[in-house]
Design a protein around this ligand. Structure first.
Ligand SMILES: [Zn+2]
Length: 1007
């Protein structure tokens, strides 16, 4: 109420001003802000000639006059600097044409060669070896001073270097100019940014209007025109194919980058993709203040900078203010320019730090993102909007038109206008952003003193070394400083919560309990008094999304807590005593860390759920390798079941393999007396569909990074090839994306013409990962039979989420069923318990494991192939009759006959059949063929570790990983996705253990 009253007062004051004051159009007390004066500055420099042909084309390709503005409805001419037409053959945003990345780069290099206001840098390469560039654009006087400016920005970025002194910082701010980093077309189907950025670069370098001059003399604009370079080139191929086959359906780009498609914008946590690493390294090397990523999916321009709640809980509150300030200013300026459909509030929540732009938010900068409107290519199309897109709301006062003819040029106009107005605003307030840049860094360092924590500690005890190495590697890629204790330290930590006594007083319960804990020397410490503490805190902490949060549609995963998902126990320490402990910085926390100690004839690698053991089998292919069937002690050390014993390996090969594996191997004085089996060298195939390859891409990437060889096949290959068992031991069928069994089997409808995905002269970048002359056919009934034959003959089929559902639907997983419940989960981290700890699949794990659950999927199991309800004790409710609720009703006139006791199975167990139910029942599964439950969810009170969970009781204690037996082989079903976005390192070994033991997965009872 108070807020509304003060607004009213302000309005009254304005209306009561004398007429003369109102005519000045500036309210008393309003600073002469940039907004007021900007509109007068749009005018171009009358002395500078216009490129008449280019400007005419801009007009021609813009579908409505009000889709352009005085900022972009002309192009200034230059005698020396070429326009984009030099490379494109037409203007930026011209219809029916998309340039390859190479042509975009060619233009930026032409710019650099023709004006001192542009410099081009190589910032890295992609998985397929394509170059990534950044172009710096500013007045030459700024570019000449770039190095000294950067030295100042570096000090602001790490205030420890200036002893956190605000006065020194203020002096540095005064002398400095900011860097604004713009990135284009990370999403390959969102095609407009490269040409918009080519033309923007030209305008910034050439246009002499005061408006543009102000920008280039007050800041450096850094542009990476193509982020997903592999995907861009494939998209251009697809588009060219479409132009050559008008009227036909054309392929959806099934592969964008080498591994993933749209998820390339969910990699900013685990940093697995080259593009993420190259962008972060560039962003930090330039000490940029903003990372602004360009997308296309929403009409006409959604500046999702403001977005919606909940905001990420680890950002600096200053950033939330900057988002609002910049976002609303952008909307306001664009609206003043008369462009309809520009807004900044909307349903994108800023919770997950996985988006590329969020690299800035987590490294003391400003993250920004535009969704402009695009047609997925350069066709000019009639577009019909949905009501929620065109309806007026409080934050969309001038909404998009319900029906519109939209061109690539329209898109480029919007992108350039939005960027120019925002750059202008940024330039005019540059001191403020630099001051905030310093403040945010300073506050990151002050984290332990304010609200904490002081540090995270990864103790050097009882841990999987390979998983810990992966976690340290992520922190290193995020530029987080890691230290190592040189002597033990004791700090106060919260006590484990004891179960509350039933009548404990409230005061007693509320009192925080602390205890002390000593961390040994060698423990890793991630100090929170460092400039990039924010990203470490966001990754290592847990997340909680309230089920009654007003935001009902989380935009992405709600939980990601890395210590849980990597299964690396990490302690959040608030006691600042930890910061005074003796520790040394770790120079390269991501360096491979494995060794072989001793020189005995048998080298043992302990299995603690390691992710690198399987690769050893392939790296040491000539060695004799056996897998321990049981735990053993040797040379005073404990080795878990599933540990590897290696003989006859060359010492240097072995030591480099151990190093890459991040494992401490031990040379034993003698072979241990433990039952073993020979480790096979499994022949692996990764089977994908032609419907979607995004989620399986994360699996391919994990195997590649860990040097596990495999063959790529598709459902069409399996449909054609009868004898799969002759070629493969293991087929991985990774999740697709909530695709039905019918679609896996049938593929796409066979209407119309074939849809090829092949390398041809017209499409040189397609077909690189796999190819087909027609993407439409699926697995088919024949393929299903071939898979059944493969498993029945001893193969292992590994499935997850929708492909596990497929295995169930097709009868490949006898006794496994889908759990039907109402659990509400959106990408959460849930607790799980091992059931069959003797299974080789569980080797090296303890009792529990955290898993990533996308939607709360779970299984149930039965002793029959057709699930039928069998009454259990839990279901029984006594009927009306004599006696109390726990007593029996005793009928009159006959002796009492006791009923058969009702079974009381656990939620993860099958309900046993009694004689009556088993008699002449062809659906009963023989004991040796019944499924083994490997892992189940925990009880509901411990189920949620991170993220959102509602109605957890409907999945509590239900199976999530089940080994089903079919013929001589096995089908492993995951209700979780064990290999996902490089974030689920803790569950990788479930897959790898299964692969390494594919021929040792028969039921224990049947062995
Ligand atoms: Zn996008």
């Amino acid at each position: 109420m108070k807020f509304r009253c003060s607004l009213l007062l302000l309005a009254t004051a304005a209306f009561s001003l004398p007429l003369a004051a109102q005519n000045n159009a500036v309210l008393p007390g309003t600073p002469s802000s940039s907004i007021v004066h900007l509109s007068t500055a749009y005018a171009r420099d009358p002395k500078q000639p216009i490129d008449q042909d280019y400007s005419a084309k801009i007009r021609q390709y813009t579908t409505e006059p009000f889709f352009n503005t005085p900022l972009t409805d002309y192009l200034p001419a230059s005698k020396t600097v070429p326009t984009p037409a030099k490379v494109l053959g037409d203007v930026s945003g011209a219809p029916n044409m998309l340039p390859y990345a190479e042509d975009v780069y060619k233009y930026f290099r032409l710019l650099a060669a023709s004006t001192p206001r542009v410099k081009v840098y190589t910032i890295g390469h992609t998985e397929e070896g394509r170059e990534m560039i950044a172009a710096a654009i500013a007045d030459q006087s700024l570019l000449a001073r770039q190095q000294e400016n950067d030295a100042r920005l570096a000090k602001l970025a790490d205030p420890r270097t200036i002893h956190m002194d605000d006065k020194t910082a203020a002096d540095l701010v005064k002398q400095s100019f900011p860097v604004y980093f713009i990135t284009g077309t990370i999403h390959s189907t969102e095609t407009g940014a490269p040409t918009a950025l080519m033309e923007l670069a030209y305008r910034l370098a050439v246009d002499d209007s005061p408006y543009i001059q102000y920008i280039r003399t007050h800041m450096i604009v850094l542009i990476t025109p193509v982020v997903e370079v592999d995907g861009r080139d494939r998209m251009v191929d697809v588009y060219k194919w479409h132009r050559a086959h008008l009227g036909q359906n054309y392929p959806e780009p099934i592969y964008w980058g080498h591994y993933v498609a749209h998820d390339n914008n969910r990699d900013a946590m685990a940093m697995t993709l080259d593009l993420t690493r190259n962008v972060l390294n560039t962003y930090l090397a330039w000490h940029a203040q903003v990372l602004h990523d360009l997308h296309e999916s929403v009409p006409f321009l959604y500046d999702n900078t403001v977005g919606d709640g909940p905001y990420n809980a680890w950002i600096d509150p200053i950033l939330a203010g900057e988002w609002a300030q910049i976002g609303w200013n952008n909307v306001s300026q664009m609206t003043e320019l008369g462009l309809p459909g520009v807004f900044t509030h909307g349903d994108f929540d800023t919770w997950s730090p996985g988006y590329l732009m969020f690299l800035a938010a987590m490294h003391n900068g400003i993250s920004r993102l535009y969704e402009t409107f695009g047609n997925g290519g350069a066709d000019t199309e009639k577009r019909i909007l949905a009501p929620d897109e065109y309806e007026r709301t409080w934050y969309k006062q001038n909404p998009p038109l319900p029906v519109v003819t939209w061109s690539q040029r329209d898109n480029n106009n919007y992108e350039e206008n939005a960027l120019l107005t925002t750059l202008s605003y940024f330039a005019q307030n540059s001191q403020q952003w630099l001051q905030n840049y310093y403040l945010k860094a300073k506050r990151s360092i002050e984290k332990p003193g304010a609200n904490g924590p002081a540090a995270y500690v990864i103790p050097d005890e009882h841990q999987s070394a390979s998983r810990r190495a992966e976690l340290l590697r992520v922190l290193a890629l995020q530029h987080v400083e890691v230290s190592k204790l040189s002597e033990p330290v004791t700090v106060a930590v919260p006590a484990e919560k004891a179960p509350a006594a039933p009548d404990a007083g409230e005061a007693k319960a509320a009192k925080p309990q602390t205890t002390s804990r000593t961390f040994p020397a060698g423990s890793y410490v991630i100090r929170m008094d460092q400039p990039y503490s924010r990203i470490a805190d966001a990754l290592l902490d847990r997340q909680y999304w309230a089920p009654d949060d007003p935001q009902k549609h989380p935009y992405d995963d709600t939980g990601w807590s890395f210590p849980d998902l990597f299964a690396v126990p990490t302690i959040r320490v608030t006691d600042t005593a930890i910061l005074k402990a003796k520790m040394d910085p770790v120079a390269d926390p991501g360096a491979p860390s494995g060794t072989v100690n001793g020189s005995g004839a048998v080298v043992a690698f302990n299995n603690a759920g390691e992710i690198s053991l399987l690769a050893l089998r392939y790296a040491l292919k000539d060695a004799k390798i056996s897998v321990a069937d049981a735990p053993f002690e040797a040379d005073g050390k404990h080795f878990a079941a599933g540990s590897l014993l290696i003989e006859n390996a060359a010492a240097d090969t072995l030591s480099s393999a151990a190093k890459a594996a991040d494992l401490q191997a031990v040379s034993l004085s003698a072979a241990p007396s433990v039952a073993t089996h020979q480790a096979p060298t499994p022949r692996i195939a990764m089977m994908h569909t032609w419907i979607d390859t995004q989620t399986e891409g994360w699996w391919r990437q994990a195997l590649d990074k860990l040097h596990i060889p495999y063959e790529t096949i598709s459902t069409q290959t399996v449909s054609r090839e009868g004898d799969l068992r002759a070629k493969y031991d293991v087929i991985l069928f990774a999740p697709i994306d909530r695709v039905s069994t019918q679609r896996i089997v049938d593929g796409m409808p066979m209407y119309g013409d074939p849809i090829p995905w092949q390398k041809t002269d017209l499409t040189p970048n397609l077909g690189r990962i796999d190819s087909t002359d027609d993407m439409r056919p699926g697995l088919g009934a024949g393929g299903v039979q071939h898979l059944k034959d493969f498993v029945a003959q001893g193969g292992l089929l590994i499935t997850s989420e929708d492909t596990a559902q497929f295995a169930i639907d097709e009868g490949l997983a006898p006794g496994v069923f889908l759990n039907h419940g109402n659990a509400h989960v959106v990408g959460s981290v849930l607790g799980a318990q091992f059931v069959d700890t003797k299974s080789p699949i569980a080797a090296g794990y303890g009792d529990s494991l955290a898993v990533y659950s996308a939607h709360g999927m779970a299984f149930t199991i039965a002793n029959t192939t057709a699930s039928r309800h069998i009454d259990t004790e839990k279901d029984y409710h006594r009927p009306t009759g004599r006696g109390g609720p726990q007593e029996q009703d005793i009928p009159e006139d006959r002796a009492l006959v006791k009923p058969e006791p009702l079974p009381s199975p656990k939620p993860w167990e099958a309900t046993p059949l009694n004689e009556e139910e088993a008699r002449n029942n062809p659906y009963v599964i023989p004991a040796q063929d019944r499924p083994d439950v490997i892992l189940r969810f925990t009880a509901s009170k411990n189920l949620l570790l991170s993220g959102l969970l509602e109605n957890g009781s409907s999945i509590e204690e239900k199976p999530i990983v089940v080994d089903a037996h079919y013929g001589k082989g096995n089908v492993l079903l995951f209700a979780n996705n064990p290999i996902y976005r490089g974030e689920t390192i803790g569950s990788y070994a479930l897959v790898f253990n299964a692969i390494l033991n594919f021929d040792h997965l028969a039921r224990q009872s049947a062995k």
